[in-house]
Design a protein around this ligand. Structure first.
Ligand code: 1GP
Length: 246
């Protein structure tokens, strides 16, 4: 439980943690390495590596290598399927997309990948992954029955179900690049219902939105698109880190 314990310690110490999401399909490994270096300098707590389409095979391994050379931060896989696993990571968000209609995203890919996780020695962090409208590409790929934004009680019920199944993390996902992030009311409801570690991401583009999510109860904030599009990467990440830990 090294990476999970590390994140717990960061959250206890700083109130919240920031994770930098790198999608290997979006940039060359050399650029991923620049982002990782900037993330470490800016105080981000770990690098999440994954994406809905194309984050697998050689480019995934090369990106993980590039990140390792640039920064000492833990590298956590964020796989969309069994193809998103690699031996060159420290941990994996071992997710079940609880509101998917497709058994492959509920348990099929997990079964196919479990032996590799064991053999590679990467740390599995059990996670209830929930996709909230609008859901974006991941909602489409994962065949999610999107949780309506005005129905926090549905997110609470899924998060509780995940917790009772032994998942210590819940991830409320609005979809990468979402026009609207997860509503604070939904974050508040899920945290109030006793979620241990609550991750929120999708459409968080500015410090104010990140801060509002933490005030509502998020323990971990994930940003990808805002970093990909930033002209000054280190400053952008530092802004998020300051906003959620102040
Ligand atoms: C996507 O929640 C993450 O899975 C991050 O979303 O790219 O919108 O930051 P963004």
């Amino acid at each position: 439980m090294k990476v999970e314990q590390y994140l717990d310690d960061v959250i206890t110490r700083d109130g919240a943690a920031h994770l930098t999401l790198i999608d290997p399909d979006v940039q060359e490994p050399s650029v991923a390495s620049d982002i990782a270096r900037a993330a470490e300098k800016a105080g981000s707590s770990a690098i999440m590596v994954g994406g809905s389409v194309g984050a697998s095979g050689g480019i995934l391994d090369l990106t993980l290598h590039a990140i390792r050379e640039a920064a000492d931060l833990p590298r956590i896989l964020f796989p969309s399927s069994v193809c998103g696993l690699s031996r060159y990571a420290d941990a994996v968000f071992f997710m079940s997309l609880l509101n998917s209609r497709d058994v492959n995203y509920l348990i099929g890919n997990q079964m196919l990948g479990a032996k590799a996780v064991l053999e590679y020695g990467i740390e599995p962090i059990p996670m209830a992954y929930l996709i909230v409208a609008p859901g974006g590409t991941v909602g489409w790929v994962g065949d999610a029955k999107l949780i309506p934004r005005e129905k926090p009680e549905l997110a609470v019920a899924y998060s509780l179900a995940g917790r009772y199944l032994g998942m210590r993390y819940t991830y409320l996902e609005a979809g990468s690049g979402a026009a609207d992030p997860v509503p604070p009311e939904m974050i508040r409801a899920v945290k109030s219902a006793g979620c241990k570690t609550l991750v929120v991401g999708g459409g968080i583009r500015d410090e104010k939105t990140a801060r509002a999510a933490v005030v509502a109860g998020a323990d971990i904030i994930v940003t990808g698109t805002a970093i990909e599009e930033a002209s000054e990467v280190e400053r952008t990440i530092a802004g998020f880190v300051d906003a959620i830990t102040q």
